[in-house]
Design a protein around this ligand. Sequence first.
Ligand code: GCV
Length: 841
Amino acid sequence: MRSLLWLAAVGLAVAEDGLNAWLRYARVPSASHHLGKLPSAVVTLNATQGLPVHTAGKELVDGINGLFGKKLTVGKSKGTSATVGTVGAYVDKNPSAAAGLPDLIEDGFYLKVSKGNVLILGQNERGALYGAFHYLSVIAQGNVSDFTLTSNPDAPIRWVNQWDNMQDGGTHGSVERGYGGDSIFFWDGYIRDDLTRAGQYARLLASIGINAVVANNVNANASILTPENMDGLARIADAFRPYGVQLGVSLNFAAPQLLGGLDSFDPLDKTVINWWQGIADTLYKRIPDMAGYLVKANSEGQPGPMTYNRTLADGANLFARTLQPHGGIILFRAFVYDHRSLNQTLDWKADRANAAADYFDGLDNKFEDNVAIQIKYGPIDFQVREPVSPLFAHLRKTGATVELQITQEYLGQQAHVVYLAPMWKELLDFDLRADSKPSTLKDIVAGKRFGQKLTGYAGVVNVGTNSTWLGSHLAMSNLYAYGKLAWDPELTSEGILKEWTTLTFGQDKVVHDVINKISMQSWPAYEDYSGNLGIQTLTDILLGHYGPNPGSQDGNPWGQWTRADDDTIGMDRTVWNGTGYAGQYPPEIAAMYENIETTPDNLLLWFHHVPYTQKLKSGKTVIQHFYDAHYRGSATAQTFVTLWRKLKGRIDKERYEHVLFRLVYQAGHSLVWRDSVNQFYFNKSGIPDELGRVGNHKYRIEAEAMELKGYKSYKVSPFEAASGFHCVVTETNSTVGTAKTTLKVPSGKYDLAVNYYDMALGNSTWELFVDRKLIGKWKGDLEYELGRAPSPYIDGQTATRKTFKGVKVKRGSELKIVGTPDGLEPAPIDYISVLPEGIVD
Ligand code: GCV
């Protein structure tokens, strides 16, 4: 008790693990001054335990207690009150009030705050809960003034997709592209017994307006539909229901065969249709409010209707018809392409980017009314920069949802801070000029442009059992922003961030300034130090999609090609000479991308194949832009650490240290990115950096050039993942290695940066000595600290930097690293930089 009082007195939050994210309800400054402006009681209209209005009442009680220390009574009282319920229930009790109420659409809410009385009305129960969360968010930001607000969602579909597997193991583990731990829903082939986290997740999602979650991976395991697992799904739906979040299910198209024992999964086969009808009826019996299905078909090895020469519409309609009696909908994915047959060498016109429009053209009026097409924002796959998918302009009758990715698959996997709202805003604001009329993506997915009813947003989130949900506290601003933009795409990235920061970290201006600076610079910085000018992110696309490996894009049928050779780079997607992709856009946009002069620099290499010496609008050549951008981006990443350090003592230690650790790691890995990408293109093009930086690192001592005992030189592949293309590894997996050198620098204080490889095959130990004094000792255990895809290789995914600041050395000092291997990790070292103060290289 004493310690609790003490913590309250110093005003510092207790250590926070992130579980409550932005719904912490932490005490606001000067809380006691505001009590008079808050309600004293909560009155819930039409509240049934386990449904959203009831939840809204509970949140109001808990929220106002936490935020202000005011305990609300429940039920009518003489004083002020917060009344929450549906419009219908309110008007039943107060018929005369009906005329004064605004028009609300599904899930919308009306909020009126006046002298401590609060009226929260939802068009439906969910809307009432959204209104309650909105009110709590406003007061949590310290605003207790009177206001009136009518808020309707921009689009009806605001879903989250989890890519959770039924089982851990396999290529992708418990959550495919998940970096925050194991699935909160499934374990060992079944639905978890304890679904507490599912309920907590639904709470967070409801507070940002998300109305459905597809819990299982689009690469679906048919076993999700066994009777036992359908019972389990019903339990997930029960955990979601108090928050108005509906459950959606991903299907495996071949389930009739894989699970049902039929000899076919042909969507036009009567027995197959009946089988699926049985599944729908069974599911709805267990989950009457199920949202519907999500289907990935004929893509990346998944089965689909094309196996039987049926169209994608035949496939989607099969499910649509089985759901119609129950009111469910289908989100059918446009991410359809063949990853096996594309041939880069033989076919200049082959292009994965063409696939979606090619497959869906001609089908627009063939889909049932309860089908919407779910389209990734760009035509390839969640890259750091892609043009908006042209398919959005093709579907006029069938509704479209835009698929965004909150889990940072190609964008640093939550080990790098990348605030994504600015990227999403650019995409949503992009005007496709369909029929030469304003046709922004946001208007298309709101159904405003073409008038479809079933439109909206799908966000791939992939939270896990980690208490931070996504594996990083700062990454949660992306989830928050996703929900907010799906509700209202007019909001600004900075506005959303400010709100999230206040709710997550409080009102300290310094905290705000730092988080704003880091976040708003993070996407441009990441783009700078990864793939530039629309060449794609350049992650290793054959392995974890995480670290740099530009060479992995080409020479395989995955179709993420860059067509980089010794002189030229970029995909020619023009109509006149290339793959014709540019021609999939409406004429004004097609003309812009067709012409190199009017193609924006940031998408130049997406649309055009050019020499490295091609001049950009900035006046720089492509290759010099690569070099400069990589130096600029990685330099920005270094500043994130300095900025964050200002927050020591201003936020709780737990979150401060967690974020600091990641930012230090990111700063180091941004240098790995910089050097790998620059080295790769320098080697290819042979064009030197005008500023002489690339390949020249005067502060570096290559490990392979040191005096080695028990260590040997090792040629790294891909070559650019090591400075000097080599590192050192211990001679055996059980013997210690030593690398020594005599320093030739003037005596003084230096930062010693050791670049090493932290593979997922063991936990080697490294010890750094100067003149026999131990400077530092660390383990290769990042696989436990960072959720990013683990790699067993010495490559750009595992390359890591450890820096020791301000170390005293003398001219002639002996610098020594001792590496003790562990498991299959041979304590690899790339190089050591001896850096004068203020220099990072
Ligand atoms: C769920 C990319 C990802 C896959 C993902 C796929 C998809 O290829 O790397 O992990 O599969 O997209 O969106 O279906």
